[in-house]
Ligand binder design. Structure first.
Ligand SMILES: NC(=O)c1ccc[n+]([C@@H]2O[C@H](COP(=O)([O-])OP(=O)(O)OC[C@H]3O[C@@H](n4cnc5c(N)ncnc54)[C@H](OP(=O)(O)O)[C@@H]3O)[C@@H](O)[C@H]2O)c1
Length: 286
């Protein structure tokens, strides 16, 4: 990858810009609109939203008002965890399209899997939700379908019960949280991994090892984290409401990380999960 609008090829034949703009926790409509407008202005062509982020209306308006051809902006949304099953998920996709004011999204993901902690029939529920995404793809409402927070067990079960394989798995991924099993499985099965919280929700910015590496390249820790994902073939989704940081987070194509530095980052203790564990979370049981 040499530029922010370079693209990863997806297993379904579609292409996705190699850095996405994250919009989690940007709920205020004015701030969400301004942030997405700024992101598009400084060069992002890939916006990551979700029904639960409560900003789809603003995202859609900012994309429309940008003047950029719709086909040149990749928009992802997600079906939230209280919309599992075929009927609910189908309605959720329609509702997202309506809020976005779009007749299709480039990608829709199942936001969290039904897990064994909360559902004895989690495999069937995930397969049913997935059928809604498959149908939305066949109906032209969604171009690419994928999952989020699916671990290997969720992926293998889904693959036994689906017609179309997921093209993407969006998971927590950053120094100190590498999810190696899931990433390895995805790479072996041509599923693109997207990194959520690629800079650890900002909590990695004071890490001494990362600060040392950043100093060596005359870059920021945020840029090192973003480059680290890209160097591993993982698509980062940094979020910022500050235009200067948006610009900084795209400015990662004028250097390459040495393999020794990548090795040092990979050997950081793997104990920094900042979000929920997919097999533990129970924030939305039907
Ligand atoms: N699928 C899922 O379950 C899931 C879960 C979580 C997140 N996501 C997606 O992944 C995206 C990114 O994750 P995230 O928002 O949790 O965390 P993140 O992108 O790792 O970090 C965002 C935080 O870092 C700060 N920041 C960004 N760039 C910076 C820079 N260059 N220098 C200093 N600080 C910087 C931001 O502050 P300011 O905004 O103040 O600049 C914000 O506090 C989300 O927005 C969302 O789209 C998906």
């Amino acid at each position: 990858m040499n530029r922010p609008d370079d693209k990863f090829a997806l297993a379904d034949g579609n292409f996705i810009p190699c850095i996405g703009f994250g919009t989690y926790k940007i709920e205020d409509p004015g701030v969400a609109y301004r942030s997405v407008a700024d992101a598009l202005e400084v060069g992002y062509r890939h916006i990551d939203t979700a029904a639960i982020y409560n900003n789809e209306k603003s995202v859609g308006a900012a994309v429309r008002d940008s003047g950029i051809d719709r086909k040149d902006v990749f928009v992802t949304t997600k079906v939230w965890a209280n919309e599992l099953g075929y009927d609910r998920a189908s309605r959720a996709i329609d509702a997202s399209l309506k809020r976005l004011g779009m007749d299709y999204v480039d990608m829709c993901l199942i936001h969290w899997p039904a897990n064994a902690k909360n559902y004895s029939d989690w495999q069937a529920i995930n397969a049913d939700t997935w059928r809604a995404l498959e149908q939305a793809k066949m109906d032209g409402k969604v171009k690419t379908i994928g999952v989020s927070n699916f671990l290997v067990s969720h992926l293998t079960s889904l693959e036994e019960n689906c017609r179309i394989l997921p093209a993407v798995d969006q998971i927590e991924y950053h120094p100190g949280c590498l999810n190696a099993d899931t990433v390895g499985y995805c790479k072996a099965n041509n599923i693109l991994v997207q990194a959520w919280s690629p800079i650890g929700r900002g909590r990695l910015l004071g890490d001494h090892l990362l600060e040392g590496i950043a100093h060596k390249y005359n870059k920021s820790v945020a840029q090192i984290c973003i480059k680290f994902a890209l160097a591993n073939g993982v698509l980062p989704l940094p979020k910022s409401t500050h235009k200067d940081r948006m610009i900084q987070n795209l400015d990662v194509f004028d250097f390459e990380l040495d393999w020794t530095d990548i090795g040092d980052i990979e050997s950081m203790e793997d104990n920094r999960r900042y979000g929920s564990h997919p097999d533990e979370q129970n924030f939305c049981v039907l």
